[in-house]
Design a protein around this ligand. Structure first.
Ligand SMILES: Cc1ncc(COP(=O)(O)O)c(C=O)c1O
Length: 298
């Protein structure tokens, strides 16, 4: 019999935080009228945790505040208090290296498109899980394949909302095509970003290119810290749109996210990128990023 995954069969000892309470992961729940469940009315953040420390924490909390502001919500608690809850969740899970998810929804209230004026109490959820470190190491070493998919998302991709249906459909299609990530292509033939990562290429001159910030992409925290690290490392970087043909002709390509910084892309739609192996600039960028983010990259 195949073993099916179920939330209530989560590994023993996993702890989630929901609205002020620390609960066994399998027992943690929100109300059926929660607006995230009914309407997708919520935002989220993910931080990498290394050696019990959240990575790029301030930048993630800044973006969280921004996402909330853009949907007309305030932070459910002050930043200092939230940092304490984050640390408590990490400590209680006893997971040194993992991923910490923070979700804020507009709360549970009788279903209506228009949020009530004096809205319900927001729902705050923190969950933590271990990272597949071996899988990540293998992707860093061998590189990944990406598959292009049409970008069918909405006009505010700069908000990190829990509404991820187009992203997951793209990722599912990419997986079916034998790829690890989907690169989304806009109506004009430009790459916007990955389904859950930012997209980068290195051109023949060694210039690093990633799409400029707008409503078309998520302002990736890893992207931001990487750009700072590259500026400090005096690397040539341009933030602009690039086409799929540019990507196919690139010397190197990679993806960035909190879940995996500078993961090399060695094939796009089955076509080899560069030498078909992780490139030296991608490795250098990872090193610069890791140093800036306080990660031991050995
Ligand atoms: C659509 C999308 N783009 C980019 C990223 C990378 O952002 P970050 O570096 O903040 O993880 C993510 C991360 O989840 C994402 O979902």
């Amino acid at each position: 019999m195949t073993k099916k995954w179920s939330a209530s069969r989560a590994p023993a000892g996993r702890i989630a935080y929901v609205n002020g309470r620390y609960l066994p992961h399998g027992e943690a729940a929100v109300h059926i009228e929660d607006r995230a469940l009914q309407l997708g009315d919520g935002i989220y953040e993910v931080t990498n945790v290394i050696n019990f420390q959240p990575i790029d924490e301030e930048a993630h909390l800044e973006r969280m505040e921004r996402s909330l502001r853009e949907i007309g919500m305030a932070m459910p608690m002050g930043r200092a208090a939230l940092k304490l809850v984050m640390r408590e969740v990490i400590a209680r899970n006893r997971i040194p290296n993992g991923l910490l998810y923070l979700q804020v929804t507009r709360g549970a209230v009788r279903r209506d498109h228009v949020p009530p004026k004096d809205g319900p109490r927001p729902t705050l959820i923190l969950t933590m899980r271990a990272q597949d470190m071996a899988g990540l190491a293998s992707r860093m070493q061998k590189g990944i394949a990406v598959s292009t998919q049409p970008d069918i998302r909405w006009g505010r991709c700069d908000i990190k909302t829990v509404q991820l249906l187009p992203n997951l459909l793209a990722k599912q299609a990419a997986k079916a095509a034998g790829a690890f990530e989907a690169w989304l292509i806009d109506a004009d033939g430009y790459v916007t970003e990955g389904a859950s990562t930012n997209a980068w290429i290195v051109d023949a001159d060694g210039t690093v290119i990633t799409r400029d910030l707008s409503n078309a992409i998520l302002p990736g925290v890893t992207r931001r810290i990487m750009l700072e690290a590259m500026a400090e490392g005096q690397m040539k970087v341009v933030e602009r749109k690039f086409t799929l043909s540019e990507a196919l002709a690139a010397r190197e390509a990679f993806i960035s996210s909190a879940t995996g910084a500078a993961v090399p892309v060695v094939a796009i739609d089955g076509k080899t990128i560069g030498q078909g192996v992780p490139g030296p600039l991608t490795r250098r960028i990872y090193g610069l990023y890791a140093a800036r983010a306080g990660i031991n990259s050995d």
